[in-house]
Design a protein around this ligand. Structure first.
Ligand SMILES: Cc1cc2nc3c(=O)[nH]c(=O)nc-3n(C[C@H](O)[C@H](O)[C@H](O)COP(=O)(O)OP(=O)(O)OC[C@H]3O[C@@H](n4cnc5c(N)ncnc54)[C@H](O)[C@@H]3O)c2cc1C
Length: 435
């Protein structure tokens, strides 16, 4: 897919989105995802809200009818889905804002499907939050399998063919390129990609999930890991997603022929030990009168929309997103972070210090001492690499007499405790969440 083509296609979707694409250029934003020319995915809150508003007319029954249809990045671009996930993932716009906007535009019934899809993200995050061991096992599996790539030439060749788009399966080889160039794939493409990876190419699901995580602009420990586990039949035990050529042809509007045979049955993967959910931990309260700093990170970049229990006197941010991100993903995350920092500076009327990722603990301590801070508040980081860094920094600061206090959004606190069983049970609570 030519880069300029994808960008041009996106920019031509609607007048409103023309303005959004034009704004990126007009504001002189860096090209964050490696595409030449206009940037297709919003990396600022203003652009994310513009994109949400432009999509809202299509978030009702039209979304329910067409959301599984992947028009692809060419032609007129995608109109059936919002392509908001990179923005929602970093909370340039929140799940709550997107769900409420859709409900307000169409009423909760007509917008039900769109709201439910947004809530899948809340569900996955709550599910993993209660079972961090599932994430830890995935991380150690990836480490082990990456070592095997160096030792097992058959595995290494099959993996190299897959990630360089040389499998001969036309849709798969296209999606590999689309993922690398844009950092995005439609949900149906992700499902089919994962299914082909696991059941046709017979590659370990964890390596596919790690490849997605490196490239996706919306890469989310919960939605990605659990999405792959769901396809593999590990999430709902025994229930796999088997891609078929006919479904891929239909949902892609005939863009692919899929003439290379795909697996016609799904082999059973080794069962993983059951992990029982733990209750959501209560967070320590912030001291309302202590001199307080705000630490912004890429898990939640709309701090001005949160309620903070203490006045904020200083702001800092660290360019850390964890893992081994592709250049486009890192650049998009950094642009989003810069936007969050700029809004926080304007909101609290104080300049922000950008700290280096290397020696984050030491730099954070110096910053806290220079600003005479007794505590640092930060948006809650759910299970994943950023949460690991936040926890490590918290322990370090605590030893030096400075409290690090995480602040969870009400939406998460209300949603996550319901994510103990399946999504069917969870979705019964959506009206309460929106109430
Ligand atoms: C194997 C696999 C890996 C995935 N990895 C990720 C990931 O790393 N990050 C991520 O945000 N989503 C992931 N998803 C879910 C889904 O594919 C994307 O959220 C969706 O394609 C984003 O496109 P959109 O914004 O146009 O979605 P829309 O259809 O417009 O949906 C609106 C919003 O709802 C949320 N959403 C929609 N579908 C899902 C879903 N199935 N699960 C969770 N949230 C959903 C997203 O925040 C999305 O922006 C994955 C799915 C699979 C099958």
């Amino acid at each position: 897919m030519p880069r300029a083509h994808a960008a041009a296609a996106k920019a031509s979707r609607s007048d409103a989105q023309d303005t959004v694409a034009h704004d990126h250029v007009a504001h002189g934003q860096p090209v964050a995802n490696g595409l030449a020319g206009a940037m297709p995915f919003p990396t600022t809150r203003a652009d994310a809200l513009n994109q949400l508003n432009a999509f809202l007319p299509r978030a009702g029954r039209a979304y329910a009818a067409r959301r599984n249809f992947d028009e692809g990045p060419g032609g007129q671009g995608r109109t059936a889905v919002s392509e908001l996930s990179p923005a929602i993932r970093r909370r340039l716009v929140t799940e709550e804002e997107a769900a409420r906007a859709a409900a307000a535009a169409h009423g909760p019934e007509a917008a039900e499907k769109f709201i439910q899809e947004i809530c899948w993200r809340s569900y996955w995050r709550g599910w993993l939050e209660a079972r961090p061991a599932v994430w830890q096992r995935y991380c150690s599996d990836v480490e082990r399998l990456e070592q095997q790539l160096a030792l097992n030439s058959g595995l290494a060749k099959a993996y190299a063919d897959a990630v360089s788009g040389r499998t001969g399966i036309d849709c798969f080889d296209f999606w590999i390129g689309e993922l690398a160039e844009t950092g995005y794939l439609h949900n149906h493409a992700r499902m089919s990609f994962a299914s082909i990876w696991i059941f046709t190419l017979r590659l370990p699901w964890q390596l596919g999930a790690a490849h997605f995580f490196r490239h996706l602009l919306d890469a989310c420990p919960a939605s990605n890991t659990l999405g792959w586990r769901w396809v593999a039949g590990l999430q709902t035990v025994g229930k796999t997603y088997l891609a078929s050529a006919e479904t891929i042809r239909r949902t892609s509007g005939g863009r692919f022929t899929v003439s290379t045979p795909l697996a016609t049955s799904a082999h059973t993967l080794p069962a993983e030990p059951t992990v029982h959910p733990t209750a959501l931990a209560a967070l320590p309260d912030a001291e309302p009168d202590a001199r307080t700093g705000l630490w912004l990170h890429s898990e939640d970049l709309s701090p001005e929309t949160m309620a903070w229990p203490a006045a904020i006197s200083a702001i800092t941010a660290v360019d850390a997103i964890g893992g081994d991100p592709a250049d486009g993903k890192r650049a998009a995350a950094n642009t989003a972070l810069a936007d969050g920092v700029a809004r926080a500076e304007a909101h609290w009327h104080c300049p922000a210090a950008r700290l280096p990722e290397a020696d984050m603990e030491g730099a954070m301590l110096d910053w806290a001492r220079n600003n005479d801070l007794r505590q640092i508040m930060t948006p809650y980081a759910p299970v994943g690499p950023v949460a690991d860094r936040v926890a490590a920094v918290g322990v370090w600061l605590g030893r030096k007499g400075i409290a690090l206090v995480q602040q969870r959004r009400d939406w998460d606190s209300a949603a996550w405790p319901h994510a103990t069983r399946g999504f069917f049970q969870f979705k019964g609570h959506i009206p309460e969440l929106l109430a």
